[in-house]
Design a protein around this ligand. Structure first.
Ligand SMILES: Nc1ncnc2c1ncn2[C@@H]1O[C@H](COP(=O)(O)OP(=O)(O)OP(=O)(O)O)[C@@H](O)[C@H]1O
Length: 563
């Protein structure tokens, strides 16, 4: 494939309306998986596509689905559901629908797609399904509910079945649903499985869903190459991790949009409340938030309302003292939690297309290699640049070694995780402030923050509006509680006085409100390698004269003046 000429979108015999939509999306050429899979799917083959996370698998199946529907519409006026796309979580279903929306922007009247993954009102969904949209996107359980209720019939006319994130389907506990669902499909249809890994679960699914498939297992590392995605690590224990994060963000050494991963849901709130004290805004994302709130967080982050999202992707894998459970117990707990309904349709690091993420920061190191890969895959998506910075405590070191070994195998033995030099002693003042702020976020403060969020949800819940009208005193009580603050924000902490800065940065322009910072990727990349250590201090001095840097500072001042 590498020696052959690249096949471009316009050479794939795609409808003009699809080509226009692709051009509007600004995709100059197909990614490798798109280049390989689209022609095979247009030929009508069943395909199992395994390609790394962020490699554009969604469009690789969505484009042929849309093309096939347009072809069918040319030959028949009969309206029916032609494609069923299954994905394990509501967020992922929403994302797929949004990509299809973008790709059908020029043929929205001809190709209609609906997402029925939300546990909303079944009657409303039934009404929408009775219009027979061309494409239905759903979680397996939601699709089955409607199939069993006869709200959608696929036996006669379905021509394509797609199962996205196939490796998660079984681990989310959908095995039985998938098997039952297949009995509602016609004898002949084209099927596609998309997955970032070829696990045993995917191979089992392949046996029951695909017929004589072509298996596309792209010979590429699981993550983007080092020219696109850099990995850094630094050793630090708990208190220091917090101080370093504060310094990195306040000194603009990490810029652009960042996802900060922590181990547990409580730690999401702990970190959010900690950063809040320095006026560093963030939103949280975890599997215990209601789906609507999770979607809102991702949406607000993608639209730039927040520069930082604090996410937890591991569930209940912590010992009560904050330590990490041994591997066997983790596996047991994971199995138990994957069976729990509330976890079933949520996933944070898996598959979510956070857009234009410059940095992934592992505040807590992920508990296994897969988790590292999926977290890292949230940046450097498509053709974008990105970096991963992992904070590693002594007890997390074996986990990091396992990741290093695994990744370096994929990159011909090259060392992948580079050391990020950071001399904490040069920002001692940050450390003092940080220690107080970190301790101020007590367990009670975290619990209250979570409670506050639930109350907020209750207040926003449409279904409860009627109840509140009849019980105004309950509403008043909730409103009173809403004002409850969890950690007192001290205004002076938002500001970084000159004396706190390391000598090398005294003349730097420190931005006080992280929510407004945006930066050119080149500048960010250069800064990521920045080092506070005296041996490399001259690099900082050199940067003072850098035209790109001064342009950026000016631009920032202008923006601040405009707002
Ligand atoms: N041909 C292309 N050129 C540039 N960007 C693209 C192209 N195709 C897709 N993208 C972008 O790449 C990003 C990742 O795409 P997508 O979410 O489909 O990846 P994926 O392989 O499904 O990842 P995951 O396995 O994590 O779900 C998206 O932001 C998308 O807009």
């Amino acid at each position: 494939m590498t020696d052959e000429k690249k096949v471009m979108f316009h050479e794939m015999e795609l409808d003009d309306r699809i080509l226009k939509a692709i051009s509007q999306l600004g995709w100059p050429e197909p990614t490798l998986i798109q280049e390989t899979a689209i022609p095979l799917l247009l030929e009508g083959k069943d395909v199992l596509m395994r390609a790394r996370t962020g490699s554009g698998k969604t469009a690789a199946f969505a484009v042929p689905v849309i093309q096939k529907i347009l072809n069918l519409k040319n030959t028949s006026k009969h309206q029916s559901i032609r494609a069923l796309i299954l994905s394990p979580s509501k967020e992922l279903c929403g994302q797929i629908t949004s990509v299809i929306g973008d790709l059908t922007i020029k043929c929205a009247r001809e190709v209609r797609c609906i997402d029925i993954s939300a546990n909303g009102d079944t009657q409303t969904q039934k009404a929408i399904l009775s219009d027979k949209p061309d494409i239905v996107v759903a979680t397996p359980s939601r699709a089955l509910v409607h199939l069993k209720a006869n709200n959608m019939r696929l036996k006669e006319d379905l021509s394509m079945l797609v199962v996205d994130e196939a490796d998660l389907i079984f681990s989310f506990g959908y095995e039985d649903e998938i098997k039952e669902l297949l009995s509602h499909l016609p004898k002949i249809y084209q099927a596609v499985l998309a997955s970032a890994t070829l696990s045993d679960d995917v191979l089992s699914l392949k046996k029951i869903v695909l017929r004589n498939p072509v298996t596309l297992k792209l010979e590429e590392p699981e993550l983007a190459p080092s020219s696109q995605l850099q990995h850094y690590h630094l050793f630090a224990e708990e208190d220091d991790k917090a101080a370093i994060l504060y310094a990195l963000l306040k000194l603009n050494l990490v810029r652009g949009k960042s996802i900060i991963f922590v181990r547990t849901v409580d730690r999401c709130y702990k970190l959010k409340l900690y950063l809040e004290q320095f006026k560093i805004g963030s939103c949280v994302l975890n599997s215990e938030l209601p789906a609507a709130v999770r979607c809102l967080s991702v949406d607000q982050f993608n639209r730039g309302r927040y520069q930082i999202i604090v996410a937890s992707d591991e569930k209940a894998l912590e010992k009560p003292d904050g330590g990490i459970l041994p591997i066997e117990e983790r596996t047991k707990k994971k199995k138990q939690s994957s069976k729990r309904k509330k976890d079933k349709e949520s996933g944070v690091s898996r598959g979510i297309d956070f857009q234009h993420v410059s940095n992934v920061i592992n505040f807590d190191f992920p508990l296994d290699v897969n988790s590292y890969v999926h977290r890292a895959g949230r940046t450097a998506r498509g053709n974008n640049q990105g970096s991963v910075l992992s904070f590693v405590s002594i007890r997390e070191k074996p986990l990091m070694d396992a990741v290093e070994q695994h990744l370096s195998n994929g990159f011909k033995g090259q060392k992948v995780l580079q050391k990020y030099e950071f001399a904490l002693e040069e920002v001692e003042g940050f450390r003092y402030r940080s220690r107080d702020a970190w301790r101020a976020v007590t367990r009670i403060a975290v619990r209250e923050a979570r409670l506050k969020e639930i109350k907020q949800e209750l207040l926003n819940c449409k279904k409860l509006q009627g109840y509140f009208e009849e019980n105004p005193s309950d509403l008043a009580a909730l409103r009173r509680d809403k004002a409850l603050h969890t950690v007192k924000v001290q205004q002076h902490l938002a500001h970084v006085p000159e004396y706190l800065l390391p000598a090398a940065l005294r003349n730097e322009d420190i931005v006080e409100d992280q929510e407004t910072v945006t930066e050119k990727p080149q500048v960010k990349k250069r800064k990521q390698n920045a080092n506070f250590g005296s041996a490399k201090r001259h690099k900082y001095q050199a940067r003072q004269n850098d035209p790109l840097k001064s342009f950026d500072v000016k631009k920032k001042k202008q923006t601040a003046g405009e707002t």
